[in-house]
Ligand binder design. Structure first.
Ligand SMILES: [Zn+2]
Length: 217
């Protein structure tokens, strides 16, 4: 089992690239931190899953060690010769250290951290152009994924809106948080000789090709 961490700013296309990889490479087990926690709440069948469910019910952050343990539980459900692709976790150095400890107990470790490096102007254009349907939440983009009728959802006719998170001042704030936390994490993996930088400014298929060459080798 290979464990690969996918790093990148909001708008870097981590989720899209991961989804493309899963479709192409059946050996890839994609784990996003959001999915991991939602699944834990549903099953509540191990101490870590129960601890995560309990913290979320109280509206608290789930402890790093708990998320690390959930990653290990997920790892055990993937094919032994597969690749566990982590997307959205770890987010900072503390979480990376917690993950390292949990994996070490399984005689496993992170084998690469792939950083999707996307220029800031591209990130701003991607995030600022996002629209979602106010009724069915389908996603659109003013440049890359236009609806058939301007401002209107193809699927249900609902009005397209900009999420609060995608308003210009919120985007600027998300990028600051990213630079502070993930920026340090990039250095952390680099100092361990695990960082692989992939230029991520192009369409996602080309980027997925490059990530695939790194991950499946
Ligand atoms: Zn809709």
């Amino acid at each position: 089992m290979k464990v690969v961490v996918l790093l990148g700013a909001p708008g870097s296309g981590k989720g899209t690239v991961a989804a493309l990889l899963v479709r192409r490479e059946p050996s890839v087990c994609h784990v996003s931190s959001g999915d991991l926690l939602r699944a834990a709440v549903k099953r509540s069948d191990t101490p870590a899953a129960r601890a995560a469910a309990e913290a979320m019910r109280r509206g608290e952050l789930v402890a790093d060690a708990v998320v690390g343990a959930l990653v290990v539980e997920r790892l055990r459900t993937c094919a032994p010769d597969g690749i566990l692709l982590l997307d959205g976790y770890p987010r900072n150095e503390q979480q990376a250290a917690a993950l390292e400890r949990e994996l070490a107990r399984e005689n496993s470790r992170v084998s690469a951290a792939v950083w999707l490096d996307v220029p800031e102007d591209v990130l701003l254009a991607r995030l600022g152009g996002r629209r979602i349907c106010s009724q069915c939440a389908a996603g659109y983009h003013v440049e890359n994924m236009k609806p058939r009728v301007d401002g209107q959802c193809d699927a249900c006719g609902g009005k397209l809106i900009q999420r609060e998170d995608d308003q210009p001042e919120r985007i600027a704030n998300r990028l600051v948080v990213y630079r502070e936390q993930t920026g340090a994490l990039i250095g952390w993996y680099e100092s361990r000789g695990l960082l692989v930088r992939v230029a991520g400014g192009e369409p996602s298929d080309a980027v997925a090709d490059r990530v695939a060459r790194t991950v499946v080798s």
